[in-house]
Design a binder for this molecule. Sequence first.
Ligand code: PFF
Length: 455
Amino acid sequence: MKEKETSRSSFTGKLGFVLAAAGSAVGLGNLWRFPYLAAQYGGGIFLLVYVILAFTFGFTLMTTEIAIGRKTGKSAISAFGALDKRFAFIGGLSSIVPVIITPYYCVIGGWVTKYLGVYLSSAGRAAAEDGYFGAFISQPWQPLVWFFVFVLATSVVVILGVEKGIEKASKIMMPILLLLSIVIAIYSCTRPGAIDGILYYVRPDFSKLSVKTVLAALGQLFYSMSLAMGIMITYGSYMQKSTDLESSVRQIEFFDTLIAFLAGLMIIPAVFVFSGGDESAMGAGPGLMFITLPKVFLSMPGGQLIGGAFFFLVLFAALTSSISLMETIVSILMDRLGWNRLFSTVMSTIFVLLAGIPSSLGFGVWSHVTPLGMDILDFFDFLSNTLLMPIVSFLICFIVAYILKPDFIIEEAKAEGAAFRTEKFYRFMIRVVAPIGIVAIWVSSMAASLGLISL
Ligand code: PFF
């Protein structure tokens, strides 16, 4: 707890804060999850719904969470209790989210590490072959070993602490990731036959709009922007009062959405090119990035090198996110149980290592275990993103709108004379649109999933 206190307010200035928060936000959610969901849920319509939600719901929720963190100076689990004893359970609920996400996130992080290894060892050609990815994830040991490597890398940085580990590296790596993504996206989009894929991705087909699409986009939004799990509250507690909150939020969400959009542009047109325009290839799910990109790199001059650079940057983006996930679990243990940082990190690492095993084996020896018809990793993903996060977000909106009142947040956004240009919009979003919208989307989609209504 003491160590935690001394490391607060350690982000130096706005750029440091924005890049560190973007480092948490930009990760596998953008590069791995967004493209496969967009491909699965109808392309352009998913993109459109996502962007609308990002700049309305996303803005509102991120502003709220960061403001709560900065105002209370506490991490999520304590912040809610500090506002009002009756709200303490929201802290508890939101802290379940990283506990569910971190293990399976690290399993995917392991896949990325493996692909980096593939490109470093000049085996990019093999990775581009059909069936390579499926053969890899269905083995029992290999994916587990890469998963372990990824978890240990995460833990080492968490032990080193906030400032040294995250901030410095983000300043260099995030802009490079952006540049390389642009290069690869341009290459993918200029392949012969890519135009149909580009149209699929950017042109909304309203006949594919369903409430499930909206819920998937909402879940993706929470996930991608690291909302509803206390992370942004914790980051806000490290933010200086003099840093402009509104424009920081705008920049984080712009950067996050841009990277997701580019990831879609890298991957979706390429799926069209390499499947010969077969739309059913769009439903590949979690494997999409790993199946498609090696084919892109194989066809590219210098693809082995570019593939290596790309997976290196994805690995970095995944690490900055997994670090912030692990950091949240560690800070919960420190706050609640009074353990020191080292011991809390060791215990979290052991937990993540054990809890990730089923998600990893679920693609191979445990593929017969299919809760609610999903494989194990998808099931955890569903639990956190579709079930828990909307509930947590609704509760946050509700207490801010009707118990604490929006001025509580607005005053914080205006600290030290900062402007809050979208104050009216914020007020309307937090009181009306966000809480009603979240409940409406969530309830109707659940009802549709259970077959109670057809949408
Ligand atoms: N936002 C990260 C991503 O898009 O990959 C994932 C993530 C990181 C989720 C940190 C949650 C979190 F707390």
